[in-house]
Design a protein around this ligand. Structure first.
Ligand code: NAP
Length: 488
């Protein structure tokens, strides 16, 4: 069946971040014309638009952190800074005229399945009907605020890292930061440059991998502009390097994990000479259990004379600052909450209701899970980009989105050809898929004795426990016997 004889589905994409931009481009390339993107904010870019904290960068090498079809000769650093990445997504969205299909400042409030169609209501009170919905709402964007007594009583300025104020003067200020995850490790080296005092409240130390950055100067960028094959080659090189090192280390393969552990431990030993400080910064869990932080700046920053590492537990927040368990009050002007995100919220607070009134909260009451991370039984023709157990702890999210896009397009093409009316995985296939995931988890580093955002409330990592290659292979062709209309 050629494109001309295919049904043209009405598709709504929720979110104009990295996954939403990609889905729009790929659906159009496949000949699907009726595409509407609903974006809650006023511009594209998702997480790279929302996060604006100083030091914001990506820990995946820039030449790999691109869509495979759109290399970028303009990268200015090996590990691109936030504004560079935002510019990249804006440029791609412009080039492919994604924006013409985006309705900005319009959040989806309700998405209800009725009569084999999705009925959406938006924050502007508008109604839309779609055959297919692609939820491209990202993972790490619901701030996790800590449950600390007196937080609201703080008299100074206080905010979560993802809500960085437009203008913030750090000069002469006493700045406290709660949390020492990837975000905090990027911010602290910038804070110590400007603030009078920086107090870092660490609950759990983190392993830090020394990944040196490098500036790509104009001469080098010109070379890549003239020969884009160089960017493609870098993409392939970094892809292989991450595939064979990092993504195998985290699933517990001995040699890459041994090497990663050795590098983190050596980095700490070489960087921090004071034994007491080194003790405080040494984790007691397996390297990689929490997401390894990539930084060559953190240890240097924490040893600056204006920086203090506090490992006493936080008892409460007072009007003047933070009070720790030893009774000490740390006076502060600014309190930064680098306390991470709620990764299991996904498309919510949108009200998502599937077949026969099945609410997403009911479907996920016992466990947040999906078939192949993308499909939830009871929610036909609804695709969840980067859903639970996507290999986000193993690889680059852009590559993942591309693989998921190819997979969902194969299913949508069956809908277009009239071979499937409802694209829906069976509950049995979903259970089997999740049992298969669980089976692989025991060997991974994520169950290596730590608490992290990778773990769901049952303590199961919502990650992919096998190799990247295996994930790509299994996502190449949908297994139709796992679908309710598999035999159609
Ligand atoms: P995170 O890794 O979840 O770290 C949160 C930090 O806050 C932890 O140190 C945690 O301590 C601490 N914390 C939370 N509640 C607390 C409380 N009540 N009292 C004291 N401390 C508390 O969050 P994140 O740093 O924002 O990073 C989240 C993820 O975003 C990363 O793992 C990464 O995947 C992604 N990210 C990526 C990049 C990049 O370069 N690509 C950059 C930034 C972030 P505990 O460890 O004790 O829980």
């Amino acid at each position: 069946m050629n494109n001309a004889t295919k049904r043209d589905p009405r598709v709504v994409i929720i979110g104009a971040g990295m996954s939403g931009i990609l889905a729009t481009i790929k659906l159009r390339e496949a000949g699907i014309k009726d595409v509407t993107v609903l974006e809650k904010a006023d511009s594209v870019g998702g997480t790279w638009r929302e996060n604006r904290y100083p030091g914001l960068a990506c820990d995946i090498p820039a030449h790999m952190y691109t869509y495979e079809f759109e290399p970028n000769p303009e990268w200015e650093h090996r590990f691109a800074k936030g504004p560079e990445i935002r510019r990249y997504f804006e440029k791609v969205a412009d080039k492919y005229e994604v924006v013409k299909d985006v309705r900005f400042n319009e959040a989806v409030e309700q998405c209800i399945y009725r009569d084999r169609q999705w009925h959406l209501t938006t924050s502007k009170g508008e109604s839309l009907v779609a055959d297919i919905v692609i939820s491209a709402t990202g993972i790490l964007h619901h701030p996790a605020y800590p449950n600390i007594e007196g937080l609201d009583s703080f008299g100074g300025e206080q905010f979560h890292t993802s809500r960085w104020p437009e203008s913030l003067d750090l000069k002469g200020k006493r700045v406290g930061i709660i949390g020492t995850g990837s975000t905090s490790a990027q911010i602290i080296p910038e804070l110590v440059k400007e603030a009078d005092q920086v107090v870092v409240f660490q609950r759990t130390p983190q392993w830090i991998y020394p990944a040196p950055d490098r500036e790509y100067n104009e001469k080098l960028r010109n070379k890549v502009r003239r020969n884009p094959e160089l960017a493609r080659r870098a993409y392939r090189w970094y892809t292989k390097a991450i595939e064979f090192f990092f993504s195998r280390a985290v699933i517990g393969q001995k040699i890459p994990h041994g090497l990663m552990s050795w590098m983190c431990k050596r980095h700490l030993k070489n960087s921090v000479k004071d034994p007491e400080l080194r003790r405080k910064l040494t984790p007691d869990y397996t390297v990689g259990c929490k997401r390894v932080i990539a930084s060559t700046k953190f240890y240097d920053a924490i040893q600056q004379p204006n920086c203090q590492l506090v490992t006493e537990g936080i008892e409460r927040v007072s009007e003047a600052g933070v009070v720790t368990a030893d009774g000490k009050e740390h006076g502060l002007d600014i309190l930064i909450l680098a306390t991470g995100f709620k990764p299991f919220n996904f498309m919510r607070p949108m009200e998502l209701v599937g077949r026969d009134g099945l609410h997403i909260d009911q479907a996920w009451e016992k466990k947040v899970q999906a078939y192949r991370s993308l499909l939830i039984p009871g929610f036909p023709n609804f695709f969840l980009m980067l859903g639970p157990n996507t290999p986000i702890g193993n690889f680059s999210v852009i590559a993942m989105s591309e693989v998921q896009n190819r997979y969902l397009l194969k299913l949508i093409n069956r809908w277009r050809a009239g071979e499937m009316q409802e694209i829906e995985a069976t509950p049995k296939a979903t259970q089997e898929f999740n049992a298969y995931l669980k089976q692989g988890m025991a060997k991974t580093v994520w169950v290596g004795g730590c608490n992290s955002w990778y773990l769901d409330p049952d303590g199961d990592p919502a990650m992919w426990p096998y190799t990247w290659g295996q994930w790509v292979e299994e996502m190449t062709t949908p297994n139709l016997s796992d679908f309710t209309e598999g035999a159609a």
